[in-house]
Design a protein around this ligand. Structure first.
Ligand code: MCN
Ligand code: MOS
Length: 764
């Protein structure tokens, strides 16, 4: 099997150290089509699986008539819960051991529309598709609760772990001179990555190879091993390139179990490609949310109390929590605070993670509310944020490791020209366009899970880095090459990076914006160990010019080992390897804390959430910060909103590659603009279906919707946050975009829109 290696092309070397603006080293392979995605594989004898999904949202399957489908041309199997091979339950991603009950990925009880009830496997995709239409499923149909707006949904259940309280928030609110209270809502939003989900599963005896896009190779491979009761080593999950995930590709899903099981039953490789409409039901996006936020303040705008009550939709059988208080509890200083959250079961697929789960809708609530308070007391929206600035983490009561939010406010305000703004709503106008300026802040925590990396220095002086990390576009290949190049002292184009293979050293999930910090840390550790070993060889070689020197006096630069005191005697790495007869130096290092390193169980599960440190474990509270300044133009007759200008200032600590970090930030900002103005899963209240389940009707921004985006880095290296000083990047920038736009729309029009998206009918 080919190993995908990625390395920089010549000419980029000047940008190759950490902090340099090296272009993506996987870019040429993607642009030329050499990068192959999971479903492009063509193993011999491959057959195709197509899912049959429930057409009702609530009830049960009474019978499945597969006769016509089984008789259709090319059909090999119609899989139902009754004929599928049994599968075991698996450890969840928290590391919780599984219950000893079988796992059934095909449903008998229906809790949402689009649930998989059967699968047809045929020689060709077309045969499977047409036979799937012949499968007759009879249901007992019971009344469905389409959304949490249905009165029968009720208030749901409280999630006590989400409760955060200090002081006496209700009493302080009641006695505050100024009080505001409003409800803010966000609709169901979907990940819709350009590459839909899918996999090719191939059994050879009791070893399993799966080609599948994955944000968490190690975790998904372990689940597959547990489901099918084979050793972890017998699973090879391959995911070298991924066409976007945004949180949706981190966990094993039902369709994966179905395809792998079909491959086992048939003894042939099975390909299952999730269709675009199924990307709305085979996996859940961000749940619909609602929050009431009550703020109590002095007449000068100083906060006295925040009372926050939130709820999100979940599925009937699963618990999905979108933590709505996550920004609310840390953004501003307040002596009294109370946040609680419910989840409301409805007939939907279990919601999942979508870029900045929690922080994103949380910021929409609090950052709109603080803006409302600013107008209520008559002070500038930027001013009120500085007035209530949290000098330490008001929840954890710990100092921030770094919080360059003040610097961000200053830089962003300057760049957008905030002082040109007339503070009165609906006061700025050019022709038919109402002009508004808005501001909102955002934050994302620094999460820490251990990781492992292998570094190899080869006899020709080139370097290999290997890890089961993934790159779905965020830049992992590139920054890991830069890390190794800098730590060892070789040109970046001599470093090859291998990722996306479960056989490689273990990496945690590329979720929670943690991978860059964790894996640069692990690669840095392994690379320094390899460098030490290399220098040891150079010194111990009897013919070496460095024979009499101390290890710590040698330097490696540009692939040459030298003593700075003796400029004449630089020796190439390849030469040292040749002289000492070594074909490679290989160092495997992990970043497990000492106490976990010797614990066998933990080591087995070490990339699960059970080994993740919270941002407040330790002496500091670790977070990235950002602020967005927006100018909108709203057509006075038609209510159409255009983002005309946008400046964001962000603190992600040290940037390993500013070009890529800026691109990540802009990607998040673009998604935030889509969330503010376009994105909405529209639920049919009769059938409990999301009816705009395609990219024609589920609107995401196009280039024409996006102005030039200016992003300004205000971060400084933060070594409390990570080994090399970086903080979270990938999810940060989407946080705060939607409230900044909503606030700008209010300033432009005098109309406060508290439920996303801000569509024209809400403005006219
Ligand atoms: N980076 C940097 N300096 C830092 C930290 C990061 O230069 N201090 C840059 C690097 O290029 C790094 C990237 O930012 O590769 C993202 O780093 P990080 O914030 O650690 O995020 P992860 O690598 O863990 O990526 C996951 C994150 C998440 S959780 C979602 S959701 C998301 C995102 O990344 N989905 C994405 N960005 C995405 N980008 C693309 N193209 N596609 C997705 O699906
Ligand atoms: Mo990101 S939503 O944490 O994968």
């Amino acid at each position: 099997m080919t190993i995908v290696e990625t390395r920089a092309k010549r000419g980029d070397a000047s940008d190759g150290t950490l902090g340099g603006r090296l272009s993506r080293i996987d870019g040429p392979a993607k642009i030329t089509g050499a990068a192959d995605y999971a479903l492009e594989r063509q193993p011999d004898g491959m057959v195709h699986a197509v899912l049959v999904d429930s057409t009702i949202a609530s009830g049960r399957v009474l019978s499945i008539d597969a006769e016509a489908a089984e008789a259709a041309p090319g059909v090999l199997l119609v899989m139902t819960p009754d004929n599928a091979l049994p599968i075991k339950s698996a450890t969840d991603w928290l590391g919780t051991p599984p219950p000893d009950v079988p796992y059934e990925p095909l449903a008998r009880t229906i809790t949402f529309s689009g649930q998989h009830v059967a699968a047809v496997i045929a020689e060709t995709f077309e045969q499977a598709t047409s036979a799937a239409a012949l499968v007759k499923v009879t249901y007992e149909d019971t009344a469905a609760i389409a959304s949490f707006d249905d009165p029968r949904a009720g208030d749901g259940m409280a999630i006590d772990q989400m409760t955060v309280e200090w002081g006496d928030a209700e009493a302080a609110l009641a006695s505050a001179p100024v009080r505001i209270s409003q409800e803010y809502k966000t609709p169901r939003e979907y990940n819709v990555p350009i590459e839909p989900h899918g996999l090719i599963a191939h059994w050879q005896g009791d070893t399993l190879t799966v080609w599948e896009p994955s944000q968490w190779i190690d975790g998904m491979a372990r689940t597959y091993a547990e489901w099918f009761d084979i050793p972890f080593e017998n699973v090879r999950l391959r995911s070298p390139y991924i066409g976007g995930g945004f949180g949706s590709k981190a966990l094993p899903l039902e369709h994966g179990a179905i395809a792998i099981n079909a491959a086992r039953m048939l003894g042939r490789p099975v390909k299952l490609a999730v269709t675009r409409p199924q990307t709305f039901t085979a996996y859940g996006g961000r749940p619909a949310t609602r929050q009431t936020i009550a703020l109590g303040a002095t007449r000068e705008g100083k906060l006295l109390s925040i009372v926050h009550r939130g709820a999100n939709e979940t599925s009937i059988t699963g618990i999905a929590v979108e933590p709505l208080g996550s920004v609310t509890s840390i953004m501003y200083a307040t002596p009294n605070f109370s946040s609680r959250q419910n989840i409301v079961p409805v007939n939907t697929v279990k919601p999942g993670a979508l870029r900045a789960p929690g922080e994103n809708p949380s910021a929409f609530g609090i950052e709109c509310a603080i803006d409302e308070l600013a107008y209520e007391v008559g002070i500038d929206p930027l001013e009120i944020r500085l007035l209530n600035y949290a000098e330490e983490d008001p929840h954890a009561k710990k100092p921030w490791s770094t919080r360059r939010l003040r610097e961000a406010y200053a830089a962003g305000a300057e760049a957008i020209g905030w002082s040109n703004r007339d503070p009165r709503p609906r006061s700025m106008r050019v022709g038919n366009q109402l002009i508004g300026y808005g501001v909102a802040a955002g934050t994302y925590p620094v999460r820490r899970t251990p990781g492992e990396a292998l570094v190899r220095i080869l006899s020709d002086g080139t370097v290999e880095v290997a890890s089961s990390s993934i790159d779905m576009g965020q830049g992992t290949y590139t920054i890991l090459a830069q890390t190794a190049a800098e730590a060892i002292g070789v040109p970046v184009e001599t470093v090859r990076v291998k990722l996306g293979d479960s056989a490689l050293p273990r990496a945690p999930v590329a979720g929670g914006s943690q991978l860059a910090n964790l894996m640069t840390g692990a690669v840095h550790k392994a690379a320094l160990a390899a460098r030490d070993e290399l220098i040891g060889l150079a010194i111990n070689d009897p013919n070496s010019p460095f024979r009499a020197l101390q290890a710590n006096t040698l330097v490696i630069e540009n692939g040459q080992i030298a003593s700075p005191r003796d400029t004449g005697s630089a020796v190439a790495i390849a030469e040292v390897m040749r002289r000492t007869g070594r074909d490679k130096i290989e160092t495997l290092r992990n970043t497990l804390p000492e106490k976990l390193r010797n614990d066998k169980d933990h080591f087995r599960n070490f990339t699960t959430i059970s080994t993740m440190l919270s941002p407040t474990d330790g002496d500091y509270s670790l977070h990235s910060w950002c602020v967005h300044f927006v100018e909108v133009r709203v057509d006075v007759d038609f209510g159409t909103v255009r983002v005309a200008r946008m400046v964001s200032a962000l603190d992600s600590g040290r940037l390993y590659n500013p070009k890529l970090a800026e691109s990540q930030w802009k990607g998040g900002i673009i998604m935030g603009i889509g969330q503010a103005l376009l994105e909405e899963g529209i639920v049919d209240s009769r059938h409990g279906r999301v009816i705009n389940n395609n990219l024609g009707d589920y609107l995401v921004p196009t280039n024409a919707d996006i102005p030039d985006l200016e992003v300004i880095s205000v971060g400084i290296p933060d070594t409390h946050a990570s080994v090399l000083g970086g903080k979270a990047v990938g999810e940060l920038a989407i946080v705060g975009v939607a409230p900044a736009i909503a606030n700008a729309v209010y300033h432009a029009t005098g109309v406060r829109v508290r439920d996303l998206p801000i569509t024209l009918e809400k403005l006219i």
